[in-house]
Write a protein that binds this ligand. Structure first.
Ligand SMILES: *Cc1c(COP(=O)(O)O)cnc(C)c1O
Length: 425
């Protein structure tokens, strides 16, 4: 398998090159030149297989020998060392919990897999790689934790002052070692501008051996397809075709789901659920894509006004919106509906949703026909957005939200260690 640019003007590259380059030189995004077709027996044998075994089987054709099988197995078992359970919270309505990684958000899965691959590709290079990322919250913490202690790498995170939650900030300012966080007196867009400027300075990029770990990287996209197979396998009945709802911002998660379905995963379609930054649902309605500046909401990891992975989705469907509509339905909810959903689900079932997952729940409820199974992806642990959860459920304090890992409680007590951990610019 080779990776080609969605702009079609760069030469095809291997998985290794796609991962190390991030973006194609012609400005497009890398995408496989063809997707593997998995045989029926693959799906009939899925039930009872471990997440790691499924991930290795799915990954192999994409990696195409760039990483030997044994090393790949090792990378996957380290990256996916936590549970991804499927739970039925209402009749035929399932939640796939993607938030049991160290930073309590689904981005851990992509970031940890990518860090493992990067470390392997870099193992014999004498030079340190500097990973530069701008974050509005979740990406920074997942990337920092994914690369923490990874030899030969240094991570620099730029984040906007006062615009990330307490848990998010602690997750990248208290790590030390090879992680440096820079607090920028500005917005997320300012952070992103600084990063882009650094990348377009050839001397700086060369001197620091700069690399990116943003959500357009194939190394982050590919592992996000693993859990679609694993989630489906937990439904137990191989003839079942669920509707799957994905709370979305940059649409990497949904793109990975579409890739899984193209390889043969039985799916009855997808719901693209957003907050009021609803440029994609709008595109599905009107056929016209109008990016615009993002609006701040409670589901801040989905505050995206120009989603980068839409390019890949359009590419997959030859820019034919009618074809896209056959597979994807658009949905959006505002903050008030989000809060109501958290309160309503908590009151009826005792299950606590974070604001992102609540939008996933609402999107699935909206479209799920009776007697059909549906899955929504839960992308963050409710404790990560404790302020909103407290307002709605009355449960206050991270420690009182059920099921949060002790490691995060410890981390919240930590201070930023010293000036090298957190600097202001
Ligand atoms: C990043 C993020 C999303 C959006 O995922 P995309 O792949 O960018 O669409 C949703 N929820 C949470 C909690 C996130 O961190």
């Amino acid at each position: 398998m080779k990776y080609i640019s969605t702009n079609g003007k760069s030469r095809p590259v291997t998985f290794r090159e796609a991962l190390l380059q991030g973006q194609a030189p012609d400005g497009g995004l890398y995408f496989p030149d063809s997707l593997p077709q998995l045989p029926d027996t693959f799906f009939s044998d899925l039930a009872g297989k471990s997440l790691q075994d499924i991930a290795v089987a799915v990954a192999k054709p994409y990696i195409n020998g760039d990483i030997p099988d044994e090393a790949l197995e090792h990378i996957i078992s380290k990256a996916l060392s936590f549970v991804i359970p499927l739970k039925e919270i209402e009749r035929d309505l399932y939640v796939l919990e993607l938030f049991h990684g160290p930073t309590l958000a689904f981005k851990d899965i992509g970031a940890r897999f990518m860090a493992g691959c990067m470390a392997w590709f870099n193992r014999n290079e004498g030079r340190e790689v500097t990973i530069l990322v701008a974050t509005s919250g979740d990406t920074g913490s997942a990337v920092a934790n994914g690369f923490l202690g990874v030899e030969g790498t240094r991570v620099i995170i730029l984040y906007p002052k006062g615009k990330v939650s307490e848990v998010q900030e602690k997750q990248f300012t208290t790590l030390g070692h090879n992680i440096t966080a820079l607090e920028v007196n500005g917005t997320f867009d300012d952070c992103q501008k600084l990063v882009k400027t650094a990348f377009t300075d050839p001397e700086l990029a060369h001197r620091l051996n700069l690399s990116s770990a943003n959500s357009i990287n194939m190394g982050r996209l590919l592992p996000q397809s693993f859990y679609y197979y694993y989630g489906w396998s937990q439904l137990g009945d191989r003839h079942v075709k669920p509707l799957i709802c994905v709370p979305s911002g940059n649409f990497g998660n949904l793109t990975a789901g579409l890739m899984a379905s193209r390889t043969g995963l039985p799916v009855d379609g997808f719901v693209a659920a957003t907050n009021v930054n609803r440029v994609v649902p709008e595109y599905l309605e009107t056929g016209i894509f109008t990016p615009r500046p993002s609006v701040q909401t409670f589901s801040n990891a989905m505050d995206v006004g120009n989603p980068s992975n839409l390019t890949r989705i359009m590419y997959m469907y030859n820019h034919n919106v009618k074809e896209i509509r056959k597979n994807i339905q658009g949905f959006s909810a505002d903050d008030e509906q989000t809060m109501e959903a958290i309160a309503d689900v908590y009151a009826r079932t005792g299950y606590i949703l974070d604001p992102h997952s609540a939008i996933g729940y609402l999107g699935l409820k909206h479209f799920l026909p009776e007697d059909r199974p549906g899955i929504f992806l839960s992308t963050a642990h409710p404790a990560k957005f404790g302020e909103v959860v407290k307002e709605v459920t009355g449960i206050s304090g991270y420690r009182n939200i059920p099921g949060n890992p002790a490691t995060t409680t410890r981390m919240l007590k930590k201070r930023e260690k010293n000036d090298s951990d957190k600097q202001r610019i």
